[in-house]
Design a protein around this ligand. Structure first.
Ligand code: 2BA
Length: 127
């Protein structure tokens, strides 16, 4: 048995859980918060036989979509502005190279449709 742990956006969570239920999968939904953006997302727990893991992943992928989210560099730690995932949307001091030191600027982050982990389950008890 496996535990599929999937982090999805709040916007997609209803659709995903409904589709999983309709296909016979039991789901637990947890409210979670992304460590980077500090905004709410949803963590889904799905306990499933090994042979059905791929089906669960397909349903999650089919019912989630990636989104762009704009954030200000002033709201995350120094140094992260150089990360590959962050593209400046506009620069307050073009050409000076000082922009990310003295002026916060807005960057867009692509938040994936889903982040999925598949864990081995040692024991499953349901009473
Ligand atoms: P957050 O941690 O809020 O991250 C939101 C998005 O910000 C990420 O999207 C990624 O595009 C970007 N990001 C995250 N950390 C970054 C960093 N250090 N530097 C630059 N950009 C960064 P996703 O990768 O699609 O992740 C969406 C959410 O899934 C995350 O929200 C987090 O809650 C969860 N997640 C993703 N990978 C994880 C992992 N390896 N372990 C635990 N949770 C994870």
């Amino acid at each position: 048995m496996k535990l599929v742990l999937a982090i999805v956006s709040d916007e997609d969570s209803r659709k995903v859980t409904t589709e999983l239920n309709v296909n016979g999968f039991r789901v637990t939904k947890l409210s979670s918060t992304g460590g980077f953006l500090k905004v709410g997302n949803t963590t889904l727990l799905v306990g499933v036989e090994d042979s059905k893991v791929q089906k669960v992943i397909e349903i999650i992928k089919k019912n989630t979509k990636s989104r762009k989210q704009a954030i200000s560099t002033s709201s995350y730690p120094y140094g992260i502005s150089h990360h590959r995932a962050l593209e400046p949307a506009f620069d307050l001091d073009p050409g000076t190279g000082l922009n990310d030191i003295f002026n916060p600027f807005v960057v867009e982050v692509v938040v994936g449709g889903s982040t999925i982990f598949v864990l081995n389950v040692e024991k499953y008890v349901s009473t």
